[in-house]
Design a protein around this ligand. Structure first.
Ligand code: HEM
Ligand SMILES: [Cu+2]
Length: 521
């Protein structure tokens, strides 16, 4: 029977109107890569300014705009879109579905983002400058004292929120309804499980963020006083609402990364993932705990002692399921036939540095000690270990791991290894010393500092440049691989230890896959 099999449309229209999960996955990943260099450049501006005390390059006000935009863009413009790109590419392939459940909605979820980020970036050119109140945009900095452009920031956050909610809905519906008939919950790949849990986190907290910025807008223009004590409100209310979103948000950035690592370590250890069910339960437990620890960001706002103790212990409890996961990853590697291709290097880098970030997290959970850490560079060092290792390393591991499947071509291992080692060295030279200047009392978000912090700050700045410029190797390697003509004749199963449905289809993955559901196992 003839069955007319149309490929992608040609030209710009293909990308604007596409409903194909692979195209949309690619779009997300490209957006993320572009924003990575934008936000990375901002980080380098910050680090140049901090090379020496007093003014080096930019005004204090611009410095504040840079720290704010760097954080906002890294979180919303780099990590979240990259994870969404992986979800789009991989979830249908891994569950044996022809596409996402709601393909047209999928196109809309993506295309909201370039508009949201263009709007956000344009605030830097507005009168009064862009957002300068930190990525946490605490009231009253963002309400009473925010620049005019804050309203555009609010609109931009609304658009990002809508995008995330729609994408999360799509992911949940796809996983529930589009699995191949024999794919039971206990056969669901661990990356898909991780994204399912993440999607519920998104659905739980993105509306809270939307509410938060809406209340800000009301306070700014419609004479409400949600966050204004003079009108009967309370700025601490802002922090409760923000962190009820903000803490789960950090797990939104990390859980899909856990899923990636749980796919890669078994492949390059040539063993099954140790403790699959425990891994799933641990993910769910982490997600649950994420909702009850938000106040650990607010220990110094004067909460009752009982509340402080509750949030201290509940925060420390997160170390239990996280410890289970780390134990299982190590147990998977134990006595495996390990090889160290680039994805595995990033996975092991993830394990080591995420563990360091986890331990500084435990330190931060201790209420009495928190009074020393609060607002210092110790916090900055902590969350960069968690985010660079937890999110960025797992995204990069994922790109190296699946790029041959996506493109049909193999990247350069040699360049990949250089990229890994320089990234790892750069990251540690940047952020390890910042633990110490933080403990010694150097405050974050301030363009100037006391003389005795100079040496470590210069080291950190050098590290940041090593880190930043080594990302050009990544860019080059990925671009050359993706754009090079022809194919490399790769087997379906690119990595000999790999498991899962995505390794049963040709490399490169054809434009349409699983039009009839595959047989599982
Ligand atoms: C080597 C790469 C990076 C460098 C050199 C860097 C550097 C910095 C610096 C210097 C700050 C300002 C700290 C302060 O003064 O408060 C900062 C803040 C921040 N960074 Fe990064 N960063 C990097 C990568 C990342 C990544 C990958 C993420 C997220 C995935 C990220 C998320 C943040 C956040 C959320 C803030 C807080 C912004 C705020 O306080 O409002 N950074 N970073
Ligand atoms: Cu938190």
């Amino acid at each position: 029977m003839s069955h007319d099999h149309h490929g992608p449309a040609k030209g710009l229209k293909r990308w604007l109107f596409t409903t194909n999960h692979k195209d949309i996955g690619t779009l997300y990943l490209i957006l993320s890569l572009v924003m990575f260099f934008v936000a990375g450049t901002m980080a380098l501006v910050i680090r140049v300014e901090l090379f020496e005390p007093s003014k080096v390059l930019v005004s204090p006000q611009f410095f504040n705009q840079m720290t704010t935009m760097h954080g906002l863009i890294m979180v919303f413009g780099v990590v979240m879109p990259a994870m969404a790109g992986l979800a789009n590419w991989l979830i249908p392939l891994m569950i044996g579905a022809p596409d996402m459940a709601l393909p047209r909605l999928n196109n809309w979820s993506f295309w909201l983002l370039p508009f949201a980020f263009s709007l956000l970036a344009s605030t830097l050119f507005m009168q009064g400058g862009g957002p300068d109140f930190g990525w946490t945009f605490y009231a009253p900095l963002s309400t009473t004292y925010g620049p005019k452009s804050t309203d555009f920031f609010i609109f931009s956050v609304h658009m990002m929120g809508i995008s995330s909610i729609l994408a999360a809905l799509n992911i949940v519906v796809t996983i529930f309804n589009m699995r191949a008939p024999e794919m039971t919950w206990s056969k669901l790949p661990i990356f898909v499980w991780s994204w399912l849990v993440t999607a519920f986190l998104l659905l739980g907290v993105m509306p809270v963020l939307a509410g938060c910025v809406t209340m800000m807008l009301m306070d700014r223009h419609f004479h409400t006083s949600f966050f204004n004590a003079a009108g009967g409100g309370d700025p601490v209310l802002f922090q409760h609402i923000f962190w009820f979103f903000g803490h789960p948000e950090v797990y939104i950035l990390i859980l899909p990364g856990f899923g990636v690592i749980s796919e890669i370590i078994p492949t390059f250890s040539r063993k099954k993932l140790f403790g699959f069910h425990a891994m799933v339960y641990a993910t769910v437990a982490i997600a649950f705990l994420a909702f009850i620890v938000w106040m650990h960001h607010m220990f110094t706002t004067g909460a009752p002692l009982g509340a402080q103790l509750f949030f201290m212990y509940s925060t420390m409890l997160v170390a239990v399921p996280t410890g289970v996961k780390i134990f299982n990853w190590v147990a998977t590697m134990y006595r495996g036939s390990i090889t160290l291709e680039t994805p595995m290097l990033f996975a092991i880098g993830f394990l080591i540095f995420f563990t360091i970030g986890g331990f500084s997290g435990l330190m931060l959970a201790i209420v009495p000690a928190d009074y020393q850490y609060r607002g210092s560079y110790f916090v900055v060092a902590h969350f960069h270990y968690v985010l660079i290792a937890g999110s960025l390393f797992s995204i990069m591991a994922a790109v190296y791991y699946w790029l041959p499947k996506w493109s049909g071509k193999m990247y350069s291992e040699c360049l990949g290894k250089w990229h890994f080692w320089l990234t790892m060295i750069g990251m540690n030279v940047t952020f390890f010393p910042l633990h110490f200047v933080g403990l010694a009392g150097m405050p974050r978000r301030i363009p100037d500092y006391a003389l005795q912090f100079t040496d470590f700050n210069q080291l950190a700045t050098i590290g940041a440049f090593i880190f930043g410029f080594s990302q050009l190797l990544f860019l080059y390697n990925v671009m050359v691989t993706a754009m090079r003509k022809g194919q490399d004749n790769l087997p379906d199963k690119v990595w000999d230890g790999a498991h899962g449905l995505e390794w049963t289809i040709p490399s490169a993955a054809p434009y349409h896959t699983f039009e009839t559901p595959p047989h599982v196992e």
